[in-house]
Design a protein around this ligand. Structure first.
Ligand code: URA
Length: 209
């Protein structure tokens, strides 16, 4: 209940904030279980998301639902959000000033849900965590971000355009399932390492996968 209340407060603040860009579009806030172990973070809403005021409800969303189902979960079990929470015109890429205006809200949303695993969808949300990350190099790799696991994934929209990207995304969902199962063990193993072995870096790649 506490998490739901915090999320509702963040949403309300964002609704009332007249200084953020893209105010001409509808607010599309995150949705799903506030107690989710997995949080998916996309880029920005598109046409259907703007119309329904819900994230990932268009074609890319349908593919995301299918991939979540393939690992034995339901959309209601996870939390789904975007870095930019209003649709950019003509679905163009979000601008740096749009990304920076919405970043603090994403940070608070992550704090509120406090998921064990963050799966980013596409390069914009990956770069929130890994500023120097490259999607083709880093997707499907498992990183630590504090005590959370970070798993960068290709954006499902890219997978709709390329069968090879779809194949990689499906493979990465298998990694996601393995991470869900092994999360507690991974945390224990990491805590058991000496401080010399564990770097202070927030984004440290785990070698177990
Ligand atoms: N693409 C995104 O990045 N987010 C959505 O919500 C829909 C499509």
């Amino acid at each position: 209940m506490e998490k739901e209340k915090t999320l509702a407060e963040i949403k309300k603040e964002l609704e009332e904030n007249k200084s953020v860009p893209l105010r001409e579009s509808n607010l599309v806030f995150g949705e799903g279980s506030p107690d989710a172990a997995i949080m998916f973070i996309g880029e920005a809403p598109g046409f259907y998301e703007d119309r329904e005021r819900r994230p990932f409800v268009g074609r890319a969303g349908k593919l995301l639902d299918r991939l979540i189902g393939d690992i034995g979960m339901r959309r209601e079990d996870v939390y789904i959000t975007n870095i930019v929470k209003r649709r950019p015109p003509e679905n163009r890429d979000p601008l740096p000033e749009e990304l920076s205006a919405y970043r603090p809200y994403l940070a608070r949303e992550i704090d509120a849900v406090d998921p064990k695993i963050i799966a980013t969808l596409g390069r914009f949300s990956m770069n929130y965590f890994l500023p120097d990350g490259k999607i083709s190099r880093d997707q499907g790799k498992v990183f630590w971000w504090g005590e959370k696991i970070l798993l960068p994934l290709y954006h499902p929209a890219a997978a709709l355009r390329s069968t090879s990207v779809l194949g990689d995304l499906e493979k990465s969902f298998k990694t996601l399932k393995a991470v869900v199962i092994k999360y507690d063990e991974l945390v224990r193993q990491r805590r058991g390492k000496s401080s010399a072995e564990v770097s202070g870096d927030k984004e440290e790649q785990t070698s177990l996968f």
